[in-house]
Design a protein around this ligand. Structure first.
Ligand SMILES: [Zn+2]
Length: 84
């Protein structure tokens, strides 16, 4: 059983619909080169398909371990990996 989770389906869908990232920008849409994983399904985003790039603050608030970083999401629907 995996002990890790991807971004929730709800948050991923919000970004796909143009929701703003940690810096107040809508995700950038670009062509995938096949080398970056999706933060939702945790699989490599297929080369040639659309990927979203955005600044993400995973903890929702500033604290010692919070770093805002660029992340990638599949531009099209994918299934979130959520451990129980
Ligand atoms: Zn994905």
């Amino acid at each position: 059983m995996p002990c890790f989770s991807g971004m929730s389906q709800e948050d991923t869908d919000a970004f796909r619909q143009g929701g703003v990232d940690a810096y107040g920008n809508s995700p950038e849409r670009m062509k995938s080169d096949g080398t970056t994983p999706c933060r939702c399904c945790l699989k490599l985003i297929e080369a040639g398909s659309v990927r979203l790039v955005l600044a993400y603050l995973p903890f929702g608030e500033l604290q010692r371990d919070a770093e805002t970083g660029p992340i990638f999401l599949c531009g099209n629907d994918c299934e979130a990996v959520v451990s129980s």
